[in-house]
Design a protein around this ligand. Sequence first.
Ligand code: HC1
Ligand code: SF4
Length: 579
Amino acid sequence: MIELTIDKKKVQVEEGTTILKAARKAGVEIPTLCHFELCDMGIENKPGGCRICVVEVEGRKNLAPSCITEAQEGMVINTHNIRVLNARTTVLKLIISDHPFDCLVCAKSGQCELQSLATQFNIRSLPYEGEQSRYRKDTSPSIIRDIDKCIMCRRCEMMCNDIQTVGALSAVNRGFMSAVAPAFEMNLEDSPCTYCGQCLSVCPTGALTEVDHTNDIIRALSDSSKTVIVQTAPAVRAALGEEFGLKPGTLVTGKMVSALKELGFDYVFDTDFSADLTIMEEGTELLQRLKAFMSGDTNVRLPILTSCCPGWVNFFEHNFPDLLDVPSTAKSPQQMFGAIAKTYFADKIGVSRKDLIVVSIMPCIAKKYECQRDEFKVDGNQDVDYSISTRELAAFIKEANIDFLNLPDSDFDDPLGESTGAGVIFGNTGGVIEAACRTAYELYTGKKLEKVEFDNLRGMEGIRSAKVDFGGLELNIGIAHGLGNARKLLNEVRAGTSKYHAIEIMACPGGCIGGGGQPYHHGKSEILNRRAAAIYSEDKRKIIRKSHENPSIIKLYNEFLGEPGSHKAHSLLHTEYFP
Ligand code: HC1
Ligand code: SF4
């Protein structure tokens, strides 16, 4: 250990610790723009580029960027004397002079870290003339890149390259033309981008934002010829409250339903319902593959991979085109919901497909792209018309001047709103496979589970494995979240060395609770842990906690689909993958 003094406070830290981290330990917060650390995962973005975090080290001539300067024994550091504040203000003015001034209409306004620093440092005028308009906007199905707003912090590059191992973004050009962009400055749509949205979840400015479909939804809600229904993803309820000042981990399921009713949706349904449906189809596929394997079929594809995360689907289509027959063919819950809504439910209420508008509220950015895929359209009409994120829903509720915090709790509508605890845990890493195990165990063994929780499948380790006893048959389960971790497990499958029977993969660290469309968590693992706990508490308070016991799902099969895996179920609820 070494000891140093920061703002007159003595602090002891391990050798090799940066001044920034030593200061945090001493309770001193130093402002930064480029520095970012994701949820204690040991990966840190510290290019030392923005120079906002400079501090004075007594006895040294130059100020030191605290995020890349190691603390040393006996150092005496001042983090906010006049010299430091002057330097920070100058740096900030230089960055702002090179940034567009359209804060009033910027998608990030109010949540922009550059804007907050400008306020904090009381910037009122700029003595420098910069270049504010150099790049065209690049709009993909999910993400808008407004690269004039890029401040070269390189956080997105860290997420895309180091965490996700996608490599869609890197620094290009020099001087005023420097930016982070896909290779050869191609459009994001033509790059290997998966639309996971992790880059925009860490972008401090409006350089990377989601494509916003709220106005399309407002138009549909104002059209009296349309019936507009909405589904809400499992993870949204565990994070939406944060946008209204509630503590992370506060469940707001009932208030969210009330808000959607006030916004004018004709029916408020739950993606948890179709998560239960996914389990029926995916669980059946798992059991079919296992039974074939047990009977000596050497052609059977194991492990089976979950397929509900569209960022993950994009990733394996781009990177593992030789393994397209390995994942389950089950559509995601978002898409199963759309397919059932525009057939079974539309018939029930006597509305034609074209007059039924299906909206989804998702923690995810890739869901916007997923609902536009050609496989999920009938004669050009999408099964899910619009997908908006948790953040966009919060903005919509604020725009409508709804007093969210004082809303009463409401229940989802029937029949696509009834769900089990297994449906809600989809929102956490490990939740899909736990839900599948609850159902597959009972269907395979014919016995009731004594304890529905599979604690060994839970946790936040990036790659986890567990054995699950299916009455004498021991299943090896793998779980990965974050695409870099997924790549490791997929490389084993490709090499034929995977020990697993089934693997759950979610593109975003933490699973959907950490999705690219969730309220910004600023890399704090505590926020993800609280959201995860909220999801498990919703599961616990449900009376029915296994997908195959959901009465509305049983009725759907009896009235409409027949058996899980039936011809009709296949045509509506399964899909194929493309390289
Ligand atoms: Fe997810 Fe899913 S869990 S993919 O993370 O399978 O987005 O929440 O809605 O479709 O159910 C997301 C969440 C979500 C789907 C479900
Ligand atoms: Fe990379 Fe994901 Fe961002 Fe695409 S959305 S650029 S894959 S981090």
